[in-house]
Design a binder for this molecule. Sequence first.
Ligand SMILES: [Zn+2]
Length: 133
Amino acid sequence: MGAGAIPIDIEKAFKERAKNKYKLAIYMADEGYGGEGKIDVSFYGGDPVFTPPKQQQLDYKMGKLSREKLQQQYFKFLENSFIQYQYTWDKILDSGKVVLVCSCNAPGKNCHRYILVDFLKKFGAVFKGKHKG
Ligand SMILES: [Zn+2]
């Protein structure tokens, strides 16, 4: 642990805060979506609070990281983010609706947005599929 680091048990802090359940609907939309609830998690230009670190995405794309490993690492990242950016997370979780946008055009469920969906489900969020309109 480096100088100035806050000695906080992320996992414990996370579990404590994740006890709250929210009424949140999750959608996905194409990159062009500009309506309410939009969260861009693209490799380039995504919101750093919710977008996995570039190295994780690169390793996954190059096949160096299995989907399981990506999920593990991305979950860890999100837990840290959840503690570090409480205000942003609270705002999102209370907003009632999020629309996840990504530029990867990955086929099937290969996009890391599905991992983020699984993470948000921990808070009671429900995945509603593709956003219409
Ligand atoms: Zn994607």
